[in-house]
Design a protein around this ligand. Structure first.
Ligand code: FMN
Length: 512
């Protein structure tokens, strides 16, 4: 019902204020007043492996030190650049976010660590000054049950930051952003040779407890902060049981610090509270998967890729061609199961300008198991001619106008090399796994988006996420009339044009 209600169509966009109430834009930086602050060292000068090596699993494992924790956070959730147009100044971050509104917050649970504290610390990451705000310090023996040098990172969302701009559709954007943040974290872990696992068997309520989010008295009542996911970071893969009660039972009843208020006036959208409640869940159910990394050519240093990732606001339509090899590297980079469950999302591609590939509508199957159902449900006229591993052409032709039209008339969808709709298995997933899967499907799409941004950057190309698209116009084009499959995110890749009027500064300059 939330999903149907928040579709954009030719006749009607999902409900929102309809204009930008600039005076009431929410502060993108959460801080906890009263929390002890640990300023982290800046990691700009730390060496990182070449980007393509991140996917070969042979990166030496970094020890758990304040410097490695600092690098991990700076190159995932930290500020990557300060932009200015002469009037306004704004910060960009390593993790892309719809409208640059950044609803995702990160929290760490660290074992005793020199420079941070001699107890287990639960802290909030404050990207504004690259610091940790210590929320609680406890004694726990949980670390004896985990590989040495393990720690946890959790993500939460402040949906109101997105509601301000996107109204009822905001929850979708928030979840896509959580997926972007998740992948940014995974990539940063890879650069340190660390392994990550999105944890199942923990309820949203337990994540809330760990982060203190259920202590409503510490938060402005209009700025609900919801738990999203918990990841375990380890030096080696770990599959054992985790007894979260070893932390939860050691927590103080209330943490001392209080969350800052982010806005003054609030728009009220009851549908947002309903979907927050409906997807607040028991457990995430995940299966273990193996993934074969594809070969990539040598590329630049990973921190350079991470720090220079940007959204293209305009694509160069006069120089949009990319090579077929680049096209395949981009698609193959999304094969990994980012969430730890069997891939639910396949990519429907509008190919505009890829060398040696006829323009047309294609599909890249990240999960071949869905091929038969897709063939049965999609237009019977589609060709399904195999072009390469997992890649099929559905119809030849010029889809520039159609893709632009579907992407709320945004030129970026037609003026790049190709754009796509991320088509997810839908109804069956929700029935089998419960409402919480609604969020996880968006996380999968967001993670694909972050991966594609980085991959495009590593190839000298540009990308942009597209959250504004006409849902059912796209489904109609494919001949899909039920909710067996739904498109949850659109994306475009090409050669971006930079706006020369916008100045770029190094972040954290006051500290360098
Ligand atoms: C989920 C999501 C949806 C987005 N949708 C659009 C869109 O429809 N149109 C657009 O021009 N940019 C879109 N963007 C790009 C953001 O506006 C951009 O990420 C943000 O301004 C931050 O800039 P950066 O990516 O360069 O860090 C989207 C980004 C994300 C993550």
């Amino acid at each position: 019902m939330y999903h149907e209600e928040t579709k954009h169509s030719h006749k009607r966009y999902a409900k929102s204020l309809g204009y930008m109430d600039w005076a009431n834009q929410a502060n993108p930086f959460r801080s906890y007043q009263g929390a002890a602050k640990k300023i982290l060292p800046l990691a700009f000068s730390y060496p990182t492996p070449p980007y393509h090596l991140l996917f070969r699993d042979k990166i030496p494992t970094a020890p758990l030190l304040i410097n490695s924790v600092s690098q991990f956070l700076q190159f995932s959730m930290g500020i990557s650049a300060i932009k200015s147009n002469g009037v306004d100044t704004w910060a960009l971050r390593c993790n892309a976010s719809s409208g640059n509104l950044h609803p995702s917050e990160a929290y760490l649970i660290l074992p005793p660590l020199e420079g941070i504290g001699n107890k287990t610390n639960i802290s909030h990451y404050a990207p504004k000054d690259h610091s940790l705000e210590i929320l609680a310090s406890i004694d726990t023996d949980i670390w004896n049950t985990l590989p040495e040098n393990s720690f946890f990172i959790a993500l939460s969302s402040i949906v109101y930051r997105e509601v301000w701009k996107y109204g009822e559709r905001a929850f979708r954007y928030t979840q896509l952003d959580a997926g972007h943040a998740q992948r940014a974290i995974q990539i940063s872990a890879k650069a340190l040779g660390w392994k990550y696992k999105l944890l199942s068997n923990i309820s949203d309520k337990e994540i809330s407890k760990l982060l203190g989010l259920e202590q409503k008295i510490r938060f402005n009542e209009n700025e609900n902060e919801i738990p999203e996911m918990l990841l375990l970071i380890t030096p080696e893969f770990f599959n054992g049981d985790i007894d979260y009660s070893k932390i939860i039972n050691a927590l103080p009843f209330t943490f001392d610090s209080v969350a800052n208020s982010l806005a003054h006036n609030y728009q009220k959208w009851p549908l947002i509270s309903k979907i927050e409640d409906a997807t607040y869940a028991s457990n995430t159910v995940l299966e273990e998967l193996n993934y074969d990394a594809h070969t990539r050519d040598a590329t630049m240093e990973s921190k350079k890729v991470i720090l220079t990732r940007r959204s293209a606001q305009m694509m160069n339509k006069h120089n949009s061609e990319i090579s077929y090899e680049q096209f395949l590297v981009l698609l193959n980079s999304t094969d990994e199961s980012f969430n730890g469950f069997v891939n639910a999302v396949n990519l429907v591609l509008f190919v505009h300008n890829v060398k040696n590939l006829r323009a047309g509508l294609y599909i890249y199957l990240r999960n071949e198991d869905y091929k038969n159902t897709l063939m049965l449900q999609m237009n019977t006229s589609f060709l399904w001619k195999k072009i390469d591993e997992n890649l099929y052409v559905l119809a030849y032709g010029d889809y520039k106008i159609i893709s632009k039209n579907i992407s709320c008339n945004q030129d970026i969808a037609s003026e790049g090399a190709f754009s796509m709709g991320m088509l997810s298995v839908f109804a069956k997933q929700l029935i089998e796994h419960g409402e919480h899967r609604y969020k996880e499907l968006y996380w999968e799409c967001g993670a694909i988006g972050q991966q594609l941004y980085l991959e495009a950057t590593s190839l000298g190309l540009s990308a942009t996420g597209i959250g504004c698209y006409l849902d059912d116009v796209f489904h109609e084009l494919l001949g899909l009339h039920t909710n067996t499959f739904q498109s949850l995110y659109h994306f475009t890749i090409g050669r971006g044009l930079t706006d020369k009027r916008i100045l770029t500064q190094q972040p954290y300059e006051e500290r360098v």
